[in-house]
Design a protein around this ligand. Sequence first.
Ligand SMILES: *Cc1c(COP(=O)(O)O)cnc(C)c1O
Length: 450
Amino acid sequence: MFDSKTLKEWDRRYIWHPFTQMKDYMKMEPLVIERGDGCYLIDTEGKRYIDGVSSLWVLVHGHKKKELIEALIRQSKRLCHSTLLGIANAPSIVLAKKLIEISPKGLVKVFYSDNGSTSVEIALKMAYQYWQHKGEKKRKRFISFTNGYHGDTIGSVSVGGIDLFHKVYRPLLFKSYKAPSPYCYRCPLKLKKETCHMACVGEFERIVEKHKDEVCAVVIEPLVQGAGGMITQPEGYLSSIWKSTKKHGILLIVDEVATGFGRTGSMFACEKEHVQPDFMCIAKGITGGYLPLAATLTTDEVFNGFLGRFDEFKTFFHGHTYTGNPLACAVAIENIELFRKEDTIKRLKKKISLLHKELQRFYDLPHVGEVRQEGFVVGIELVKNRRTKSIYPPEEKIGHRVILEACKRGVIIRPLGDVIVLMPPLAIEETTLKELINVTYESIEIVTGR
Ligand SMILES: *Cc1c(COP(=O)(O)O)cnc(C)c1O
């Protein structure tokens, strides 16, 4: 391999990093990861770091997991790729059956792709085309939420609601109706959680009623709006949205890309509120964080809408080259097996309680505005003034400075603006979890003061 210095030089010279201001990046000493080990990442100089955000929300059973590596090697000796366009391959079939078995009732068909954005893109196109085939040609719109995030392709950006990421592309996007985000800490309706009776659901209902004849589907991140700042939803919110879509006969697309595979404490977030969506999009944790793979699950009702004579052209004309890749599917099968063998979800309960308990003391820090948690998903919102909830000026880069402090102390985390995110791998040991929390606390304290 090449030495650390050469790699850093070439990184600066050749790579354009995602979601990264390269002018700042090029001035910094890059951190080059070379190995993984359990819940740790190791850089080219041999320094170890806790992987505090699961390598961007994907890692489940840890790095270098024997079973996952063996599944990958076993499959690679048989077949690395073959298309799903018109023909099949073994791992994708077995995985589809397993996915259906663990998913909410009613979801019976699996359409593969290779990342979260495409899994949403596919659901949008399917929902639209479903209504076209049914003869409801006026249905061309979607309802989504402010602060929502569904990926970076044009379709998924069209249903996104984060101005910072999405505003510049607006002229390129299709129109979608935006319902208010259930962001209780900064309620868009200026109400108080204790007394509002979820008035935002009423607001959502009004939008549905006004546009119900032109809407294909509602797109939602269940229980937590992730990239929007780990905005946790009040209990009963998701099921209320579901009931409303049912009542008005429109489809529900649930984007479980971030929340799926145990992240919120159940296999899928939908389960917690007994929601049965028409589409479920999954990606990030599906291979335990080892290979890119995604899937869009749907119902018989939707699937049957696409059946017809060849020359009726009701085919779903969509499919990525690497759809159903056998390597990724083989690892995903083993990932699901591990959930069963290791009782991952059940063993998570204690760690979620520990996390909850430890997080309370963050309120001792005067610039912690709110600590939000949903299972193993945490967002710590930092504010300039706790009483007025005023934000820090962006040029202070408070969130970014906190993660740099954490990095010095052997922890890799990433902020969303001034929200510090923790999303540890489900397999993390309690002692490592405590260390992650302690370092995060210290780093916030150093940057924002006592
Ligand atoms: C990450 C994410 C996506 C996009 O997934 P990519 O694999 O990055 O394309 C979509 N929806 C949600 C909720 C996500 O968190």
